[in-house]
Design a protein around this ligand. Sequence first.
Ligand code: KPL
Length: 300
Amino acid sequence: MHWHILGAGAIGLLWAAKLRTAGHQVTLILRTQDKLSQYNETGRFSITHDDTIQWFDTQAQLADCDDPIDYLLITTKSFAAADAFASVKQRISAGTKVLLLHNGMGPQQQLRDENPEVEIWAGSTTDGAYFDQPFSLIRAGIGETHIGRLSDGDNDCLFQELQGVDHQLRHATDIETVLWRKLAINCAINPLTALFNCRNGELLKYDDRRAAMAQICKEVDEVTSALGISLFDRKLMEEAWDVAELTGNNHSSMQQDISHNRPTEIETITGYLCEVADQAGIATPANRLVLEAVRGLSEE
Ligand code: KPL
């Protein structure tokens, strides 16, 4: 397979490494000429895991090249996915398979609806990695990735083709539910850690934070039950509590985005939840409150 990867962040490069290791061809599509020139100085990136460093060489290019794309992996932030896809649309044909791996919901469904001729897949991952320098990744933890087909049809060839690439890859026959589960956890943890400027575990240590988290979770449970989505076999608050405890020392992605003055994924996380709730006529005041508050923080 020849994969093009849009979004050379931590998850994008982790996947580039997995694909290269399995013997596939990878081309990174970088956003700017500066970034491309910087990458091309060596034409490779590294991943460090348990004190062992491995190097991977890949080709890199800009979106406006004209070689056709057969397999496209989109690992941008959720709010950038639609524009990223549009930037290579002219290189995509009816046989192209597209896999989106990002937080939040909305962009995946929008791409599927607007491109019925393309096979769209979506996924959710608990893999962890971060950069210590440009193009130098530290692998923080090995997680599972669940992928499933969003486009109509039941052909699961893409999963079969990718199986040898990642042993922690799982096939989700109901990917929408998998995405909702991740969204629910992100609704419970991400906005509050951004607003209180704290680590995940610090949400559990104070009454006001726990109360806000419980209220958010209650509303998400109400919305998902009304939609017939079965989240977990216990209340979301219990599940989210465990995730916050397990990842207690981590800064959530939204807390990091706010503290680095970057755009956040609030619109595709809490924003998506509130939009769906509005359509179903369900009030979500606690989620609305944090949605507006994070929007406010991003404007500061
Ligand atoms: O996925 C996450 C994120 O930070 O986006 C959680 C689960 C909250 C872990 O930090």
